[in-house]
Design a protein around this ligand. Structure first.
Ligand SMILES: *[C@@H]1O[C@H](CO)[C@@H](O)[C@H](O)[C@H]1NC(C)=O
Ligand SMILES: *[C@@H]1O[C@H](CO)[C@@H](O)[C@H](O)[C@H]1NC(C)=O
Ligand SMILES: *[C@@H]1O[C@H](CO)[C@@H](O)[C@H](O)[C@H]1NC(C)=O
Ligand SMILES: *[C@@H]1O[C@H](CO)[C@@H](O)[C@H](O)[C@H]1NC(C)=O
Ligand SMILES: *[C@@H]1O[C@H](CO)[C@@H](O)[C@H](O)[C@H]1NC(C)=O
Ligand SMILES: *[C@@H]1O[C@H](CO)[C@@H](O)[C@H](O)[C@H]1NC(C)=O
Length: 403
């Protein structure tokens, strides 16, 4: 634990540029090309057809979504649709940056799917709003519950209209916590357009979380208070001029430990050689309020809406206490993909989720010998066969691309 905390501190300080106050000159030429590319640049580089779409939510956030299809093809209509939603402090990028034969996004595209990749409000690609700029405090007043209430429904409506198809949703981490919010609320735009729901590293209850960063925020009130006291609304925003990619090129193990503060990483099943590319895209940014929401639920060991305090709760919810997120109301099939050593989606927390999914007509559960990040950066992506098996069940008339 001690070494992890030190590394976490160094990582946070370096990310916030306090540790290296003068911008360390980094020779970007020593980095792999993909390290500092935006998503469309990376797809062009790898020769996957890519489109950019802007989706405006009911509360004014303008989200940037990307759409890709099989390598060496052009975007066409009629393919079965997958919408893949990333996790906390993450973006569309990491879904497609593992080795080409192991990156889940690229595998899905090459399997003949029309793949849409979301970017949550407040990450590096989704910093626009119809009324506010990122310097306005109002812009940052959101947590994952607003992603479930607004982002997911807006995306379902947009993608189903654009493709004239129902949607297979794959969430990773926070991409699942927001989907559980949307489904428990019976958001019509989601339910009307949903084909299947696959949850990778699923999170709802987070009382047993082991991620050092989140655990510390959950348990140490002084830490979260100190962050709030700074008045910083944006938490770990994306920075181009990072030291981490270089560190990862030369000492992948150490670099792995750094990201381990946020997620878990383990050389025996994660592709640490690819870390220098990954950290060029991480962290991707979110709101401090969102981190507080995670911290609240870690502390309370409950899955609740954001606690604004008694007065604020009356204002937002008409009651003194923040309401429970009613997982038992979820009435669609849920396919859980769980990592045995996942430090964010701890198996015992997933078990609470599973036991509360009493309204779902079909809950399936697959357990794999790896961690939270392995779904994106794993060395062994055999689990993707099981993902395709579920997708095939829902897409009998699957359109395969013949190379
Ligand atoms: C990435 O780094 C290369 C090499 O320094 C540079 O030419 C390119 O402009 C950078 N790309 C971005 C998006 O910053
Ligand atoms: C894509 O095109 C490149 C260059 O022509 C070729 O080497 C590669 O095998 C192709 N890959 C696929 C999956 O079609
Ligand atoms: C988002 O904001 C930036 C900076 O103000 C602007 O350049 C860009 O065109 C905006 N994009 C969209 C989709 O509104
Ligand atoms: C990494 O995984 C291996 C094999 O599961 C395990 O023996 C080892 O303790 C793990 N290392 C860490 C740092 O968790
Ligand atoms: C990959 O993982 C699967 C189970 O998820 C296991 O059966 C298989 O042996 C693993 N392959 C390698 C090369 O480790
Ligand atoms: C539940 O879903 C799995 C995966 O798609 C499928 O194989 C199974 O037949 C389903 N079971 C029921 C009872 O629908």
């Amino acid at each position: 634990m001690g070494i992890k905390v030190i590394i976490l501190t160094v990582a946070l300080l370096s990310l916030s540029n306090c540790f290296f106050p003068t911008k360390t000159p980094i020779d970007l030429n020593h980095l792999p090309a993909l390290t500092n590319m935006t998503f469309p640049e990376a797809m062009n580089y790898l020769n996957y057809p890519v489109e950019t779409h802007y989706i405006t939510t009911q509360d004014g956030y303008i989200l940037t979504f990307f759409r890709i299809q099989a390598k060496n093809t052009t975007i066409k209509s009629g393919l079965p649709v997958v919408y893949f939603q990333h996790g906390l402090e993450d973006s569309s990028d990491t879904i497609c940056l593992n080795d080409e034969e192991n990156a889940p996004g690229l595998l899905i595209a090459n399997e003949g799917y029309d793949l849409w990749l979301g970017n949550s409000r407040g990450n590096r690609y989704s910093l626009n709003h119809t009324k506010y700029t990122t310097s306005d405090k109002q812009f940052w007043q959101f947590t994952f519950q607003h992603m479930g209430e607004y982002d997911v429904p807006a995306a379902f409506e947009y993608i189903s209209k654009a493709t004239n198809q129902k949607i297979n949703y794959i969430g990773h981490s926070q991409g699942t916590i927001q989907m559980f919010v949307a489904l428990s609320r019976h958001e019509k735009k989601v339910l009307n357009n949903l084909k299947s729901y696959i949850a990778l590293g699923p999170v709802a209850w987070v009382g047993q979380i082991k991620s050092v960063l989140l655990r510390s925020m959950g348990e140490s009130k002084p830490l979260i208070d100190a962050i709030i006291a700074t008045g910083i609304q944006q938490f770990l925003p994306y920075k181009q001029e990072e030291v981490l990619p270089l560190l990862c090129t030369y000492v992948p193990q150490l670099c792995g430990l750094t990201l381990e503060a946020l997620m878990d990483m383990n050389d025996s099943y994660d592709n640490l050689k690819r870390m220098n590319i990954f950290v060029g895209h991480l962290p991707a940014g979110t709101s401090t309020l969102n981190m507080r929401h995670w911290a609240q639920n870690i502390r309370s060991k409950e899955y609740r809406y954001f606690d604004y305090g008694t007065a604020g709760n009356y204002l937002h919810y008409g009651q003194a206490k923040a309401p429970k997120i009613e997982v038992e109301k979820i009435n669609v099939p849920v396919h859980l993909f769980v990592g045995q050593t996942d430090e964010l989606a701890d198996v015992s927390d997933v078990e609470i989720l599973r036991q509360n999914l009493i309204g779902s007509p079909n809950v399936t559960y697959n357990l794999y010998p790896f961690g939270h990040a392995s779904f994106l950066i794993g060395k062994n992506v055999t689990f993707m066969n099981d993902v395709f098996a579920v997708l095939n069940d829902y897409n009998q008339k699957e359109t395969k691309i013949q190379f």
